[in-house]
Design a protein around this ligand. Structure first.
Ligand code: BG6
Length: 288
């Protein structure tokens, strides 16, 4: 069958004629499944709410306009990670179908936000989120526009929960020499010494201004599982809750942290300023 998109009441499913698929909820424009090479590539908690009652635990939630919680900033009334992941997006009718790729674009603007969220962050903005599936990659792109009469600033991040066979047997490469803020150590700054970051306990680090491509490798087999290429996104967050997963109500199974690693491309270490009428675009391509 030819590549095609199937639109359902709460989600879009993308099918590539070579067999790859992706599934995106309108809620948060959250990608909840990406299948390539015959395998599911994203981790989705079995307890994740998919009904729009809370942000999805797994897949690729979008973080905008604030990463974490801010203080003394115009975003400080917003909940952790902002509203993009908890708002219902619109499908823009720009899906293109071909042998090589299939794409769908989503839009979010003030008219899609709740009255409460508007009060928490009253700026005028337009977002276009573009998701493209190819045979070997998942490509995501976020276009941000200031549509108001005053400047504002934001963080953005693609909170990608990668599925891995065994997190203790993978390494993240491409971070050596990069400064990071260690959120497990209260935000202490450190420099990555290793060219192969391995995970053996809770990890929550914001790597600031990462120069090149980051990869997730299977250190036992010696093969690359994922290649993460960023465009206009300086920072990379690496997160695994380890046994704290037990304390996260919607995280399941309890030992599911062994099969996931969040490698999150974003612009979060400093605020991205947006002058009136200006555009910003950032994106990430994950290849297998
Ligand atoms: C990561 C943060 O990006 O997201 C972590 O660095 C946080 O500190 C994690 O715990 C999950 O956040 P949430 O809001 O989805 O539970």
């Amino acid at each position: 069958r030819a590549s095609h998109a199937k639109i359902e009441h709460d989600r879009v499913k993308l099918f590539l004629c070579s067999g790859e698929t992706a599934e995106i909820l309108l809620y948060g424009a959250t990608i909840i499944s990406w299948k390539a090479g015959g395998e599911e590539r994203l981790f989705l908690s079995e307890k994740a709410a998919l009904d729009g009652s809370k942000a999805v635990r797994g897949g690729v939630p979008l973080v905008f306009p604030v990463f974490g919680k801010s203080s003394n900033h115009p975003t400080d009334k917003l909940p952790q990670h902002g509203f993009a992941r908890t708002s219902r997006w619109e499908i823009l009718d720009t899906a293109t179908e071909s042998e090589e790729f299939i794409n769908v674009d989503f839009g979010l603007g003030p008219e899609n936000l709740t009255v409460d969220t508007r009060k928490q962050w009253p700026f005028d903005f337009g977002l276009i989120y573009s998701v493209t599936l190819t045979k070997t990659s998942l490509q995501t792109k976020l276009l941000v526009r200031n549509e108001g009469q005053e400047p504002w600033e934001f963080n953005a991040l693609f909170h990608t929960y990668l599925r891995v066979p065994d997190v203790t047997k993978v390494a993240v490469t491409g971070l050596k020499g990069v400064t990071y803020r260690d959120k497990v150590q209260g935000g202490a700054e450190a420099t990555e010494e290793s060219d192969k970051l391995t995970i053996a306990s809770e990890v929550d680090r914001v790597y600031v201004k990462v120069p090149g491509t980051v990869k997730v490798e299977d250190i036992e087999v010696g093969k690359t599982l994922y290649t993460v290429e960023r465009s206009n996104l300086d920072d990379v967050v690496v997160w695994n809750p380890w046994e704290k997963a037990k304390t996260i109500a919607d995280f399941g199974p309890e030992d599911g942290y062994k099969n996931m690693l969040c490698v999150e491309a974003g612009s979060v270490s400093s605020w991205q300023p947006m002058e009136v009428g200006s555009f910003w675009e950032g994106g990430v391509t994950i290849s297998i």
